[in-house]
Design a protein around this ligand. Structure first.
Ligand code: CA
Length: 218
């Protein structure tokens, strides 16, 4: 699940990047508002972590621009300014949640999971699909009541397919959802992960639409 971190402070940005990776996300990090805006137009991020004081385009301006464009992307605002007025302004500009610096990385990850889950229309933390259960917080999967060991990428792929059950995801869409910038990607990577998931779970759980993509039948 790709998360865009927009933070101009180097230490903080590096810390959040490492923390979100550790929590099983695929985060990308940019350091100014305009680059963030362009990235959000180009890539299918599941959520953004947004600092307010940013070069070129402020966090609030970016947020307003995003909402004016019709984007419903979940956005968590990070603010050093803990006055009620700033928090109100952020929420009124379209932020879904906020945290005041300094904050706990585990809590940030948990809040992001909640935002992504609600954006996908699910109120419960654990995703269920027939006899398949996926717990994003525990990073665990069970099929027919038995725990299944998955690699980080297999887990991320299954998570995307479950969030989009009944819809077809193209290989290109899955690649951009699963792989952060600059990461080496074999041309058949998605195919290989799907193959492994079918073997570890059940072949009929993931349908191939030849030349189009993959779907989890709803
Ligand atoms: Ca800043």
């Amino acid at each position: 699940m790709r998360i865009l971190i927009v933070e101009d402070d180097r230490l903080l940005g590096e810390g959040i990047l490492a923390g979100l990776r550790q929590a099983g996300f695929q985060p990308d990090w940019v350091r100014d508002g305009l680059v963030a805006w362009n990235a959000l137009q180009a890539e299918p991020f599941a959520a953004a972590v947004l600092d307010l004081g940013l070069p070129r385009l402020s966090g609030l301006d970016l947020l307003q621009r995003l909402r004016a464009s019709g984007s419903a992307l979940p956005v968590l605002v990070l603010t050093a300014r803990d006055t009620a007025e700033d928090v109100i302004k952020g929420l009124d500009s379209g932020a879904d949640d906020y945290m005041v610096k300094p904050f706990d990385l585990g809590e940030l990850a948990a809040r992001l999971r909640a935002l992504v889950r609600r954006a996908a229309g699910s109120a419960t933390p654990v995703l269920e699909h027939g006899e398949l259960r996926l717990d994003p917080a525990a990073h665990s999967v069970e099929f027919r009541g038995i725990p299944v060991e998955l690699s980080a990428r297999e887990f991320a792929l299954l998570h995307e397919l479950m969030l989009n059950a009944g819809k077809v995801l193209t290989r290109a869409q899955l690649e951009t959802k699963l792989y952060p910038w600059g990461e080496e990607l074999e041309s058949n990577a998605i195919e290989v992960h799907v193959h492994h998931l079918r073997r570890k779970l059940a072949p009929e759980l993931i349908r191939t639409l030849r030349g189009i993509g993959y779907s989890m039948p709803s």
